[in-house]
Design a protein around this ligand. Structure first.
Ligand SMILES: [Zn+2]
Length: 329
């Protein structure tokens, strides 16, 4: 398993291992394509490795089974949550979740622990998150949790407080170029793609190989840069490029995360996380007060995007409101 970037996330995991206090619930945050699945596998190996001191050794039976996704005690409860959601009502999804939880109360098959990998935690409804909360509040000795989410914004604070959140950094330009070269993309394409996707290897590959643009991601990054450059037209264009309500959600979620990180930067933390370039620019450009207003505004708009039916009008409102929040004296 080759891992590009993610050095800080891996250093954190290794530090947990070395301290002998590995968290019982981890949450990896970052946009699609950033490498959350790779890290989820890496963390699952740490729980399952037979060579504890050097976990993950990536050689032992435990590690190999995790990598092949054939480990009996690494379970993935809700594959394709968005698809499943369309087929089931919220009530029946809660029922499915409860059923799964009950199944996890028996001891693991093979070893001492079971790892439950919950992807897209941010896509679960409030009711489902509350169901899950009871599960992680009083964990059974043998159960460990690995969650992934694109954004923290939709996750209940009560859930966040029970997990150890680890932000997934994008690759730096050298690693990015190397990873793309391995997939046959020439080095002269790398600089443009690096700029477009802020070092997100998966998003760049998807765009370059399948022609699929992660619209919400490019919208959030462009809107953020346009705010920092005071270019309202570019910001508007970014929002108008979105085609679905889910894209609007996702873009606002990312913006909210960027503003939260930028506010942390203002109070002394270094620019970090999946969008550190944008975070750094926002922190350099705006006062803490303006950043806080933009954060509140992004969250308010996020709440509204559940109900607003007209994408274009709403896109224009997002742009206008964020600029007002940025510039109000
Ligand atoms: Zn191992």
């Amino acid at each position: 398993m080759k891992i590009y970037g993610k050095k800080r996330a891996i250093a954190r995991l290794n530090a947990f291992r070395d301290s002998g206090r590995f968290p019982h619930a981890l949450l990896f945050c970052g946009a699609d394509g950033i490498g959350k699945h790779v890290l989820a596998d890496y963390a699952a190996m740490m729980y399952m490795c037979e060579n504890r001191g050097q976990a993950p050794c990536m050689q032992c039976r435990g590690c190999r089974r995790v990598e092949e996704h054939t480990h009996f005690d690494v379970v993935y409860p809700i594959p394709g949550i968005e698809e499943t959601h369309k087929k089931h009502t919220d009530q029946s999804m809660v029922g499915l979740l409860r059923e799964f939880i009950t199944g996890c109360s028996v001891k693991p098959n093979d070893g001492d622990v079971r790892v439950i990998v919950f992807e897209k935690l941010d896509k679960l409804s409030v009711q489902m998150q509350n169901t899950l909360l009871k599960f992680i509040e009083e964990p059974l000795d043998f159960n460990r949790y690995i969650f992934t989410a694109e954004s923290r914004t939709p996750i209940l604070q009560t859930v966040i407080s029970r997990v150890t959140a680890v932000d997934v950094d994008p690759a730096d330009e050298r690693e990015f170029t190397e990873a793309l070269a391995e997939k046959g993309i020439p080095a002269n394409r790398a600089p443009e793609l690096f700029g477009m996707f802020a070092g997100n290897i998966g998003a760049a590959l998807q765009y370059e190989q399948n022609g699929e643009d992660l619209l919400y991601l490019t919208c959030a990054l462009k809107a953020c840069d346009a705010l920092s450059a005071r270019n309202e037209l570019d910001c508007l264009k970014a929002f108008l490029s979105l085609k679905t309500k889910d894209d609007v959600f996702a873009a606002l979620g990312i913006l909210s995360d960027i503003f939260a990180q930028a506010a942390a930067c203002k109070t002394g933390a270094g620019a970090s996380g999946a969008y550190r370039q944008q975070t750094g620019r926002v922190a350099a450009r705006f006062s803490l007060l303006a950043i806080t207003r933009m954060y509140d505004e992004a969250n308010r708009l996020y709440g509204m995007s559940f109900t607003n039916p007209n994408l274009k009008l709403f896109g224009a409102e997002c742009c206008g409101s964020l600029f007002t929040a940025a510039e109000k004296v």
